[in-house]
Design a protein. Sequence first.
Length: 488
Amino acid sequence: MERRTVLRGLLAVPVGATAVVSAAAPARAVSSTTINPGAGWGTWDGWGTSLCWWANALGPRADLADVLFGRDTVQYYGQTLPGLGMNIVRYNAGGSGTNSISGRTMRPTPSLDGFKRIEGYQLDWFISDPQSASWNWSADANQRDMMRLARDRGVNVFELFSNSPMWWMLKNDNPAGADDGGNNLQDGNYGRHAAYLATVARYAHDHWGIDFTSVEPVNEPSGVWGPKWSNGQEGCHVDPGAQAEIIRRTRAELDARGLHRIQVSGSDEWGYGIALSTWKGFDAATRAAIGRINVHGYDQDGRRDLLYDAAAAAGKKIWNSEYTDHDAGGMTIARNLNLDLRWLHPTAWVYWQVVEAGVNWGPIEFVDGVPSKINTKYFVLAQYMRHVRPGMQIIDGGSGNTVAAYDSANHRLVVVATNYGTGQWIDFDLSRFAGPSQDGALVERWCTQTGGTERYRHHQDTFMHGTRFWSYFAPNTVQTFEVSDVYM
């Protein structure tokens, strides 16, 4: 619940004055929010990125792995950066290939650029044995090597996902989609596609030292994919009925290889509304085969709450398994993160391509072929990713601009709050906690001013006043607060 109190005599505070006035009297608060530990939305699984294109293009870059998957402060192209500490990686099992099968070859869309062609492991359908000549396990070395670097830096959750089945399983041999935009996987290859993914998952366990937590057999399956639509990436339309069969077969193929612990996730639809529609269309057997609902965050104004209600009723967790935007400043991503965590209640959140070329899509951008430009969006992500950590409980932040997480092992409360418009004081009330820290205790603060000079600055100027603390927020600012000695 949020309450607003406009107080007589409140003075405007200049951006640079934050450190001086954070401990001012409580009467100066303009907006107040009460953190509610009684409303909990699950244990946080973590933050991540898909590998796919950028890892295929760049390969095993240790410096990038340090930036993305470590939490140390690192030097990167002359800049001092806080490591994001991502602990989730989504690995793309590609559908492309350069081999010929009795004169038949892949027929790619011209706009399917080289680094977006992810080479698959199964060369043909002749022999299913992964040790046979029908398989090439040296394919896709760059993406695989980056996954190993991520693992070595603490990544502990891996998802295997498919944008398209292998090209030779398709009706038109084109992993970018069907000529008419419809179903492209041949009817007789549903089982082969499921077996392909299960075989990759088993091989990863046996030979790569990678244990996938989940397998997602389709990606944005209700989308229109095909050469007429200039899709410059792998993709495959799959009707809900076909999705259901593929999901059930994937579950069976995993079980046949002793991979009972690996969940099947579904269905990575592009937005919340279509994800809900797809879920409602599945029968009981298909729903039972799905261990977790994955959804992409491109329906930014969609009804997140309705999808959450359906997932909760079925006892399923939700991941926002893909998100991107082209706002380099970071306020768009802050808005959507806040909406997701307040209404969708995912247990994980994954960026699509954390390194990308042009138009501000990635937090890290290529400049003249070098991934050296760090957008402000990177530092906004740091506010969430570095502080809301795996294993914490997501609780009610009390308002739409506040995310709260509780670390029960260390009795620490984390609050990430956003101010979108005019500068204002925000007061945070912890009175609903059994032990709301101690009067006078230090509250650690980190600030990102998306339109200012503070990219990710640590302050020690905020203190508890009874059961409350407050801070000034300049326009378009994201701040994180960590409060110690808090008991539920």
